[in-house]
Design a protein around this ligand. Structure first.
Ligand code: UD1
Ligand code: CA
Length: 457
């Protein structure tokens, strides 16, 4: 079966009160429209066509990597009119699937069930029962229970308004028939719009039956019209992710205070996340890893037995097995830590490698540096890597000991097992095995007296 998926995404989204087109607003840091695309992308032999209107240029620019055809609907004259824009691109023998760019959490399983309901003489419609159906198109059935039409709220009678089964808008049908029915659409209704929903009545008139199925949860078919609905679906999505991770063996101290904004590439067992952990981008985590409260990790690889204490920010980093990070540590892009490295509080690492067993425990900045193994970097050490124009590298060889409050002015190399005295400003290479220090001599003034406060006259 060949599929043409048409995603409607031309609407303005007035109630978002935003400069951004609605479908570019994000759930889990991913545009709503991309959620819909990613789901439908999993269908085989599928050609995806997206109807855009408001902010079309920005939408296409933002999502230019999608493998789709973009179709512009210049004026938004209704859902039927939107699908009409694609009419000449629909192959007769294709099954056409209609989706919406602002309905982000629809599941593949639900769509597959819908597609299975399309037959020679039947079209498939996804419906849902709502306690409060206000605003939705109602599914009207005859006394035998067969669907005969959809009536929009604004065109409905009092009796029809009491129907709780509503149209999700999501449907699937033969391309040949859809094109025929689209040609017959009019706009003689309360809103003066071309309603896609009128296709149902036409199908029934042509002897078709309407096969309906329902999603597992209502949330799957909810659209985003305002920021309250956006936040609701964000929480639904996050709860799903949390449940998935817990099923895979991750302990979340509070699944309501955990956020995944990306994808888990690989996941070990016995990972424990304290509250307010945010995992973003592509993340790999080994076995027996503890992640402390309020920690934000982005695009990083974390080895086995790593302990990350509270309040760390980690981006584009690799953390080797058995390392301990934080609390309050910041690993910036291209930080590569070998095994058993200790990075302590208020330490910032950038574009640096740190060898096995090295320790940078307090209040330091290490940037553009290669740190060997078994190196100890004392509190308050700063690599001065930037002269205001160029960046330079620092090399600290194996076993070196850097005394506290030291500035290493790059480019500079600290030799193997070298010791740097505390408080030094190191501007030249320091030889292996020696003590190097740059420090003014300490003096004491024997006759010195503290000043005394002057009497007020
Ligand atoms: C539509 C359905 C209604 C259903 C409801 C579910 C019709 C006539 N009605 O109503 O039965 O219960 O969805 O949410 O189809 N769009 C375009 N171009 C347009 C008009 C709309 O791309 O010219 C897009 C919008 O961006 C939106 C979607 O289609 O994503 C639905 O449009 P909307 O105007 O919200 O339809 P409803 O009136 O809610
Ligand atoms: Ca709507």
């Amino acid at each position: 079966m060949n599929i043409t998926t048409i995603i409607l995404a031309a609407g303005k989204g007035t109630r978002m009160r935003s400069e951004l087109p609605k479908i570019l607003h994000k759930i889990a840091d991913k545009p709503l429209l991309r959620h819909v695309y990613d789901m439908s992308h999993h269908l085989d032999n599928n050609h995806i066509k997206i109807v855009v209107g408001h902010g079309a240029e920005l939408v296409i620019e933002t999502l230019k990597d999608l493998n789709v055809s973009w179709i512009e609907q210049k004026q938004q004259l209704g859902t039927g009119h939107a699908v009409q824009q694609v009419s000449d691109q629909i192959t007769d023998d294709d099954t056409v699937l209609i989706l919406y760019g602002d309905v982000p959490l629809l599941k593949l399983a639900t769509v597959k069930q819908l597609l299975a309901n399309v037959g020679q003489q039947s079209l498939a419609l996804l419906t849902v029962d709502l306690k409060d159906p206000t605003g939705y198109g109602r599914i009207v059935r005859n006394t035998e229970g067969q669907v005969i039409k959809i009536v929009e709220e604004k065109d409905s009678t009092a009796a029809e308004k009491s129907i709780q089964e509503v149209n999700t808008g999501i449907m699937a049908l033969q391309g040949r028939k859809l094109k025929k029915w689209l040609n017959q659409l009019g706009n003689n209704n309360a809103q003066g719009e071309y309603y896609l929903t009128d296709v149902i009545e036409m199908a029934v008139a042509d002897g078709f039956t309407v096969a309906t199925n329902q999603p597992e949860t209502v949330d799957e078919v909810l659209g985003v019209n305002n920021r309250i609905q956006l936040s609701h679906l964000e929480r639904v999505y996050q709860q799903e992710q949390a449940n998935r991770l817990m099923e895979l063996g991750v302990t979340l101290k509070d699944p309501l205070r955990f956020d995944l904004r990306g994808s888990i590439e690989s996941l070990g067992q016995d990972i424990i996340c304290d509250i307010n952990v945010i995992l973003e981008g592509k993340i790999s985590i080994g076995n027996h890893v503890n992640i402390g409260a309020n920690t934000h990790i982005k695009n990083s690889v974390i080895g086995d037995h790593v302990e990350i204490l509270a309040n760390c920010v980690i981006e584009d980093a690799v953390i080797g097995q058995g390392s301990r990070i934080g609390p309050y540590a910041r690993l910036r892009p291209e930080s590569v830590l070998a095994e058993e490295v200790h990075i302590g509080n208020f330490v910032e690492i950038k574009k640096s490698s740190v060898g096995k067993g090295s320790k940078i425990n307090h209040l330091s900045y290490v940037g553009d540096t290669s740190v060997g193994s078994r190196v100890n970097i004392g509190a308050g050490t700063i690599t001065c890597n930037y002269d205001g124009v160029n960046k330079f590298r620092t090399v600290i060889e194996d076993g070196a000991f850097i005394g506290s409050d030291t500035q290493l002015v790059a480019p500079v190399t600290i030799g193997k097992n070298a010791t740097i005295g505390a408080g030094s400003t190191i501007t030249k290479d320091s030889p292996e095995n020696q003590l190097t220090l740059s420090r003014s001599k300490q003096i004491s003034l024997a006759g010195w007296q503290r000043p005394v406060k002057k009497e007020k006259s």
